[in-house]
Ligand binder design. Structure first.
Ligand SMILES: Nc1ncnc2c1ncn2[C@@H]1O[C@H](COP(=O)(O)OP(=O)(O)O)[C@@H](O)[C@H]1O
Ligand SMILES: Cc1cn([C@H]2C[C@H](O)[C@@H](COP(=O)(O)O)O2)c(=O)[nH]c1=O
Length: 208
């Protein structure tokens, strides 16, 4: 850190001025499968290259892909400490420059409360599992009613606004759900290759 003429501490490794010790909050939101954990990992790796001390925190109740790290749906991982609440790690966390928290909704309750106090909010979107359009929402496939239901593609799909209201997956008239979690080369390649329009001017190949 160095000081400029306004006595404002300026961290030369950072993209922004850091006044005193106040720090800043970067919030990454979006439906499931939109790449939030991927983006968190990217930012943390970048901070580490810039020599920041980084603490990475994962929700202990989520052991879907690994017990001791954050993991993306396509199995990128980064070692992390596991906790259910932030209180037990609070004093330790203060010794780090950057604290990366995956699944912040479980640590902070209503994540939307962080929007007005964050310096930066990134909202990501996924691909709709029904129609391939951009997906801003998550839809539960099961009939479970609890707020917290840990799961991945087995329990949830990303959907666009239209498909959020489409027939419930599992009903006879359901539209086919796309399985983006299984690597293409390990999928059973049945049927012919089709092309689907996913947005104006954008075409993607897919297997139907
Ligand atoms: N419907 C989908 N749309 C986009 N990516 C998907 C979808 N389903 C699975 N994926 C996979 O999920 C990855 C993103 O996972 P992740 O970063 O864990 O997302 P999030 O943390 O937002 O749930 C993508 O890179 C892709 O491989
Ligand atoms: C929508 C919704 C999600 N969850 C759970 C399901 C997953 O374990 C996480 C979200 O993980 P991701 O990194 O965003 O893919 O939260 C839940 O418990 N309740 C819900 O309503």
């Amino acid at each position: 850190m160095s000081e400029n003429t306004y006595n404002c501490k300026f961290d030369q490794r950072s993209d922004c001025n850091v006044k005193g010790q106040s720090g800043h909050i970067e919030l990454i939101i979006g439906p499931m499968f939109s790449g939030k954990t991927t983006e968190l990992i990217r930012r943390l790796k970048r901070y580490r290259v810039a020599q920041y001390g980084c603490l990475i925190v994962k929700y202990a109740g989520d052991t879907r892909y690994t017990d001791n790290g954050v993991a993306t749906h396509d199995r990128q991982t980064l070692p992390a400490i596991s906790t259910k609440t932030l209180a037990p790690i609070f004093s330790d966390a203060l010794t780090y420059d950057v604290i990366g928290i995956d699944e912040g909704q479980f640590a902070f309750g209503d994540i939307l409360n962080l929007v007005p106090v964050a310096e930066n909010v990134t909202k990501l979107s996924a691909i709709c599992a029904i129609c391939y359009q951009s997906a801003a929402f998550t839809r539960r496939k099961t009939k479970e009613n609890e707020v917290e239901v840990i799961g991945g593609g087995d329990k949830y799909v990303a959907v666009c606004r239209t498909c959020f209201a489409a027939p419930i997956p599992g009903s006879p008239d359901r539209l086919p759900l796309r399985d983006f979690n299984t690597p293409v080369d390990s999928k059973k390649l049945v049927g012919k290759k089709t092309r689907r329009r996913i947005s104006e001017g954008t075409w993607m190949s897919s297997l139907a």
